[in-house]
Ligand binder design. Structure first.
Ligand code: FES
Ligand code: FES
Length: 155
């Protein structure tokens, strides 16, 4: 099958690659570009562990083909520290021990980043909605929601 040449920005750096039409973006990020924060969970769009930002919006990289990233601005947790809210969120989650195994953490931090970039005064309901697509098998979500609320309040 004919290969495609694609280019995109990844965490602020330009990337040029030749990909197969069927290559999945998550596999390319992890397998070819060494980006390990998006995880392989369900591999079918249900769990959110593969979440990245594409053009400022969260997306599930297990459901995207690499060719869809052509021309896009991609940000993973590795490069998200330049965003104001990501740094604050990571600090607060660490302080509060809000994660346990951490498998869900990159996806949840990016979903919360997207929320706070759009709405810096979210309600608990807004927060729950924003992270509804990110499964956490360990925490019961309460410490996660609390950490996001405390990040917003700057406590
Ligand atoms: S691995 Fe992509 S949503 Fe689960
Ligand atoms: S902390 Fe383990 S899945 Fe969320």
């Amino acid at each position: 099958m004919k290969k495609h040449n694609i280019e995109f920005s990844l965490n602020g750096e330009k990337v040029a690659l030749e990909v197969e039409p069927s290559d999945v973006l998550l596999d390319v990020l992890r397998g070819r570009l060494g980006i390990k924060s998006p995880k392989v969970g369900c591999d079918r769009g249900d769990c959110g562990t593969c979440t990245i930002l594409m053009n400022g919006k969260t997306m599930r990289s297990c459901l995207a083909l690499a060719v869809e990233a052509d021309g896009a601005d991609l940000v993973t947790l590795e490069g998200a520290n330049s965003r104001k809210w990501t740094q604050k969120l990571q600090k607060k989650f660490h302080e509060k021990n809000a994660f346990q195994c951490g498998f869900c953490a990159p996806g949840i931090i990016l979903s919360a980043t997207e929320l706070l970039e759009k709405n810096s005064k979210p309600t608990a309901h807004d927060i729950k909605e924003a992270i509804a697509g990110n499964l956490c098998r360990c925490t019961g979500y309460e410490p996660i929601v609390a950490a996001i609320e405390e990040t917003v309040k700057g406590k």
